[in-house]
Design a binder for this molecule. Structure first.
Ligand SMILES: Nc1ncnc2c1ncn2[C@@H]1O[C@H](COP(=O)(O)OP(=O)(O)OP(=O)(O)O)[C@@H](O)[C@H]1O
Ligand SMILES: [Mg+2]
Length: 354
């Protein structure tokens, strides 16, 4: 039975360093939540607290209605795949997968049967008798995941399980993890610092920074409605363009070097300094001289399915992608306007969306 994971005012300090601060959140039962954030933001620490490998400094952890804050790891029924997955080198694939069952004193024939089922599920049954050194990185990774699933955990925690794989294998493996998660319906937390990976396989994303929650929601929500400039900047490829601007009236923003964007500023008071975040797809080409902002095309990159334009707007380099059959070359001066849902204003100090 799938369980939710509820964290209440969770806190973790390491000798004075605060790794996680006042974290309260519920990870939904049966869903895959991605834990995303830059290196050092506390992702592994959070998994280690949930699995019980590390004690908390404060707050509580609940699996559905049961408090587990002080339970030892082996009483939590959590499957954990570490950031650097460690298989037992002297044991076969079968014995590696079955190891948690051996600890549980499951009879040998039964262990083997269960290990084989899991190997089939992860498509590694052809290598059942091999040693880890005779497997590719991706195959070893799958053994580690099968081992984590062997004890039929209520919760599966995966700490950057794909970090050692090449791009193609990584793509295949993440699809496989998603397939497996949907098939088993197990509540899963998947750690990555790859935003594209997070956007592609998650039911929910939790984005953290320096041990503090920045935003929690479905992927599209974080992309379309970022809570602050950090979230906007972290998600999206190419990264969002950020301008420091001053509000001028109800429909104009001016950059530091006097470039004007025609953009609705709502109730913001004139003269206020704000950050203007514009995703590459929010730019359109216009021929209305009074509404357009001049931009110099400084480079054009064919990027497979779309063309990426590097523009100079005032003193700033800007990345833009245009719809349809727009074609420009290096050195052209064009007029662009910004609109639609992929542009946002942020408070200059706090970064909070306005
Ligand atoms: N055992 C420890 N002792 C002291 N500080 C620690 C310890 N473990 C982690 N930290 C610190 O806690 C913070 C969070 O570390 P954590 O390993 O959770 O980050 P992370 O988000 O998993 O990063 P990465 O993406 O690099 O794996 C870091 O500042 C780290 O230096
Ligand atoms: Mg980590």
């Amino acid at each position: 039975m799938a369980m939710n994971i509820r964290l209440e005012h969770l806190r973790k300090e390491f000798a004075g360093t605060v790794a996680l601060d006042d974290l309260s959140i519920t990870f939904q039962s049966g869903k895959l939540t991605t834990l995303l954030g830059p290196s050092g933001c506390g992702k592994s620490t959070l998994l280690n607290l949930i699995s019980g490998i590390l004690p908390v400094s404060g707050g509580g952890i609940f699996f559905s209605d049961k408090e587990v804050t002080k339970l030892p790891p082996d009483k939590r029924n959590v499957g954990l795949v570490f950031q650097n997955y460690a298989l037992y080198p002297h044991m076969s694939v079968c014995d590696n997968i079955a190891f948690p069952l051996e600890i549980k004193k499951v009879p040998k024939a039964k262990r083997r049967e269960r290990a084989y089922e899991l190997a089939q599920l992860l498509q590694i049954s052809d290598y059942f008798e091999r040693k880890p050194s005779q497997l590719s990185g991706g195959q070893q990774q799958r053994v580690a995941i099968a081992r984590a699933l062997a004890k039929e955990p209520d919760i599966l925690l995966l700490d950057e399980p794909l970090s050692n794989l090449d791009a193609r294998l990584r793509l295949e493996m993440r699809e496989e993890i998603r397939r497996l998660q949907l098939k088993t319906g197990i509540t899963t937390i998947f750690v990555t610092h790859d935003q594209e990976e997070a956007l592609s396989i998650s039911d929910y994303i939790l984005l953290m920074r320096k041990g503090i929650i920045q935003q929690y929601g479905v992927p599209q929500e974080l992309y379309d409605k970022p809570a602050n400039s950090f979230v906007a900047d972290f998600l999206g490829n190419p990264p969002i363009n950020m301008f420091n601007v001053t509000v001028e009236g109800t429909d104009r923003l001016a950059t530091e070097d006097g470039i004007v964007f025609h953009y609705p500023t709502g109730a913001l008071e004139p003269g206020r300094k704000v950050q203007f975040g514009v995703r590459s797809e929010a730019f359109t080409v216009t021929d209305q001289a009074d509404l357009g902002t001049p931009a110099l095309v400084s480079n054009v990159f064919l990027n497979g399915k779309e063309t990426l334009y590097l523009l100079q707007i005032g003193g700033q380099s800007v990345r833009a992608t245009f719809n349809g059959s727009v074609r420009f070359g290096q050195g052209d001066t064009i007029l662009v306007s910004v609109g639609g849902s992929h542009s946002h204003l942020f408070d200059a100090e706090s970064g909070a969306v306005l």
